[in-house]
Design a protein around this ligand. Structure first.
Ligand SMILES: *Cc1c(COP(=O)(O)O)cnc(C)c1O
Ligand code: SF4
Length: 345
């Protein structure tokens, strides 16, 4: 009889690097959540504080240490910092920028369940994120009404059971991986019992923000499901991909997860060809395929990140002359009422 020794397992699943980090839950709850502390931690000018406090009052600062460590100290233009630092301009009211740009409230047949596209439904599996991204289209999302209890979950699961056209469940949020493995394992088991479901997709930024989230407990329930597994990460800049992220991705791939990435095109973060080309290359090195490049959803408070459509289209055309076809993300926008994401060309 062949038994798998821990040593041979080690060859199959890349081991988490030996670290003295606190567990992921402690890293999540210990995330920096104070604008002044953010400036001090990164050696930034105090003059940024009044603006940061104004932005923070609208949508609180939240950045875990593992992500902070990738931000250059003393550089207010750092592309990772720009994603998390609140600014006074977030209070500007800009025409066309609204609180629910995707009109998701219209497509919520059960609390925590959004069914907009054929064959797949999105489940809000956790109300919180590991990081608060300033451009997030969910920055105004009414999470209190959309973080289902067990009974509401059963309601959502009934909806999936009763619609045989649904082949894919997408866990989204907030960040679904901010939920405990116990909850997620329960949900994955209920989902795999639904015979017409083929795929489990997870939209998450946690493996990037706190790579230690990809621990043995997660690999255990996720590896056990019969469903095909897709994880769509959210990475906007190559500097977000450090060795710990590469290791977390390798572990996910070792249990058969397909890794894709979606980015948002953001002024001052990734709005040039060099940055986008490097991002695609670096993603592929980590075993992740570029999937979508979203233009900004017009959510109020994020107008300063906007890149006009003509510029976005020109950037992507230039990128296409640089990159292998499979390294090209699809440039899309989400248009309320459409049956899919809408390509820009
Ligand atoms: C984006 C999105 C999906 C997934 O769309 P894909 O094009 O399959 O990636 C599903 N449901 C909702 C509500 C979405 O916003
Ligand atoms: S939902 Fe995604 S983009 Fe929005 S704050 Fe959370 S991690 Fe950031």
């Amino acid at each position: 009889m062949i038994t798998r020794s821990p040593a041979s397992l080690q060859r199959v699943i890349p081991m988490a690097k030996e670290t003295n980090h606190p567990g992921w839950q402690a890293q999540l709850s210990g995330a920096l959540r104070d604008p002044r502390a953010l400036l001090v931690r990164l050696g930034l000018d105090e003059a940024l504080l009044p603006g940061a406090e104004v932005g923070h009052d609208l949508f609180e600062v939240r950045v875990p240490e593992a992500y902070l460590a990738r931000i250059r100290s003393g550089d207010p233009e750092d592309p990772l910092l720009r994603q998390v630092l609140p600014l006074g301009v977030e209070t500007d009211s800009v025409q066309g920028f609204v609180s629910d740009p995707l009109e998701e409230a219209e497509h919520t047949p059960r609390p925590g369940l959004i069914h907009k596209y054929a064959g797949r439904v999105l489940l809000i599996a956790s109300p919180i994120c590991a990081i608060n991204c300033r451009y997030c289209f969910r920055r105004q999302f009414p999470y209190a009404e959309n973080s289902p209890s067990r009974t509401q979950w059963n309601d959502a699961l009934d909806y999936l059971r009763n619609d045989t056209s649904i082949a894919e469940a997408i866990l989204s949020g907030g960040d679904p991986l901010a939920s405990s493995d116990k909850r997620l394992a329960w949900l994955a088991e209920r989902l795999e019992e639904i015979p017409h479901l083929k795929r489990l997709r997870i939209h998450t930024r946690l493996p990037v923000v706190i790579p230690d989230r990809i621990d043995d407990a997660l690999l255990c329930w996720l590896g056990a499901t019969r469903l095909q597994k897709v994880i769509v990460l959210h990475i906007n800049h190559a500097n977000e991909i450090d060795d710990a992220v590469i290791n977390a991705c390798a572990r996910l791939r070792s249990i058969g997860v397909t890794l894709l990435n979606q980015s948002v095109l953001l002024r001052g973060v990734n709005d040039d060809i060099e940055t986008l080309a490097t991002l695609s290359e670096r993603l592929f090195e980590a075993g992740i395929l570029p999937y979508y490049l979203h233009v900004l959803d017009p959510v109020s408070g994020a107008a300063h990140f906007d890149v006009p459509d003509e510029e976005a289209v020109a950037l992507v055309a230039a990128l296409r002359e640089r990159l292998a076809g499979f390294l090209m993300p699809r440039l899309v926008r989400e248009v309320p009422g459409e049956r899919s994401k809408t390509p820009l060309n």
